[in-house]
Ligand binder design. Sequence first.
Ligand code: SF4
Length: 214
Amino acid sequence: MSRRAEVLAEMGIKPVWRLKEEKSIEERKSIDEWIPLKAAVSGCTKCGLHKSRTQTVFGVGDESAEWMLIGEAPGAEEDRLGDPFVGQAGKLLDNMLAAIGLARDDNVYICNVLKCRPPGNRNPAPDEVAKCTPFLLRQIELIQPKLVVAMGRFAAQTLLNTDASIASLRGRVHQYAGRPLIVTYHPAYLLRNLPDKSKAWADLLFARKTMSAL
Ligand code: SF4
């Protein structure tokens, strides 16, 4: 028995054991809710995309972020690395976020509508979207973002259940899953269409203004 323990014992004080990094009830609850969701996604075989994926791409960032950015589906690099928005498109996104004072992992969460890569980067099929959407809705439920940003035509049209053009959806505040939603271009599209970068910048400024009013 250590000297300290002996002294405490002499004083009739029993030791109080504490875990070194004891988690708060809120932290524990949050972990308990995320673990089954992540496990369900990584083992999911609900649609045919599980056959061709290398791995699922769940999402990254701050799990209590105010900003939630949602893209279409993983591409080849994302399928290989397991993270959304990597490579050149990811770098562009990070630079754009930095320009309005944001960073992934810091008040931003980033994911896709689909968690598995469609082969050959084809558009996701309606049944794949229908089967994967409950995962996205649960992510939104756990994160409770103040603002959702749909990146790219597919994400915007899918989340808003419309076939309207991205041009007509930009610059307005929509609603998705009880949250305000703003539409902008996908960074991969911007790499191919550099003149539209200024429009994406305007969208981000609009998003920031909208967020500050929430
Ligand atoms: Fe499951 Fe979604 Fe992957 Fe389809 S895309 S297998 S629904 S995780």
